[in-house]
Design a protein around this ligand. Sequence first.
Ligand code: NAD
Ligand code: UGA
Length: 458
Amino acid sequence: MKFSKNILCIGAGYVGGPTMAIIALKCPEYKVTVVDINEERIKRWNSDDLPIYEPGLLEAVRVARGRNLFFSTDIPEGIRAADIIFVSVNTPTKTFGHGAGMASDLQHWEKTAHQIVAYSEKPKLIVEKSTLPVRTAEAMERILSGNKKNIHFEVVSNPEFLAEGSAVKDLLEPDRVLIGSQQTESGLKAAQVIVDIYAHWVPAGKIITTNLWSAELSKLVANAFLAQRISSINAISALCEKTDADVAEISFAVGSDARIGSRFMKASVGFGGSCFKKDILNLVYICRSYGLNEVADYWEKVITMNDYQQERFVKKIIKEMFNTIVGKKITLLGFAFKANTGDTRESPGIYVAKQLLEERAALVICDPQALENARKDLAGLDHGVTYELDPYRAVEKAQAIAVITEWEVFKKLDFEKVFSVMQKPAFIFDGRNILDHQRLFKIGFNVFPLGKPSLTHF
Ligand code: NAD
Ligand code: UGA
């Protein structure tokens, strides 16, 4: 079949895979190829055992794969054939050298820029899909335009706003699609090419076009604002615990103001995920590099508060269990950084598990999707850790349960049965406020919700 355009995506991760699957699904006249250096990942994208878990993803992949969606490790050929290249490689926080612990590590991104130059034989449109520091496109353009072949590359920014666990839904019904380009004739033309892709299924009013730098910076700012809301409500949860106010009632009362809005106001053991922390650190680093220290300090506090919330949760477990948890069996219900994903990157579960192990507790970790990653996260430290898929087996003879992830399956457990197999006194620390605390108390548990009065039998 002859396709009207060849789209390539470099990076077959959480963003590249699902994004391209949906573009291929909705644009059958385009050939979409996703390449990666990771052979194992590509092998799994070509099987029914996809490398990431997302509701609805396998169904979408099955429709398009082999029709106009292809996964490959042949990067040179992919680049040669492409008209449009989405760059969706990882941009983690730098762990070495200048800017370590703050700045974005752009080595993967830069490598792809050089690969594009090396293998291109005709002009191409390059799309920044990865989250990048503002003005990265300038550096990208410099690398690309330094080519001796005299090939023109136009760079546009199309940051991704999907959230894990709802990636397919977010891609099918996005709040907005953002496309930033140079405000030149060729820049605007390039932006239109990307608009045309999304216009296959996204209403025109939801496709926003801006200048390049606004698009790059909007992505960092969106994540910073979202994380800020969680840190704000988590800060209030600490005050609630001192004053017998109820953080859920406060979220509802405050969020009912249409100017504030109700979403992203759930107190938790802390936000996790691969991006909030790294993107805020990056924002802080950028502000500092421009001498905007007050601005940097302001955003950095969002992370300070998140660290404090995780620390507070662990301290509470230790204090309420009579200041020692040595040898005590504690079951973590959930390890993923949020429900409906197996991803554990920056999950509060990692911090909580490590701290409890440090205090010599015997941990059982139970998660419907994240046990494989949990094992990797705790490798070498997991002497005394059991991994258990079945929640009822996970709580057998446990002295305490700590809810880390808001999986539906945990809400629906038969807690009378759970109570009957646990040691007494039985404790529940609900790090997500997903359980019916009054009912648990009546069953006999000592219940410690977040930002609400504790319910104890002593
Ligand atoms: P990921 O680690 O899951 O995937 C990145 C992939 O790029 C990996 O499979 C890696 O092997 C591949 N890669 C790295 N260098 C390569 C190269 N030179 N050639 C070919 N492949 C290469 O990362 P991700 O979660 O998909 O994130 C990608 C980007 O998207 C990041 O900048 C992230 O901030 C951003 N983002 C992520 C999410 C999310 O939910 N995870 C959401 C929005 C934006
Ligand atoms: C987040 C953003 O929501 C996406 O728009 C963005 O594209 C993505 O980061 C990214 O750039 O990687 P994600 O991290 O996948 O998506 O998941 P979220 O739903 O945002 O949750 C992040 C963390 O905040 C989770 O640990 C979640 O449990 C926590 N959270 C969320 C709360 O503690 N309370 C809330 O009210 C909402």
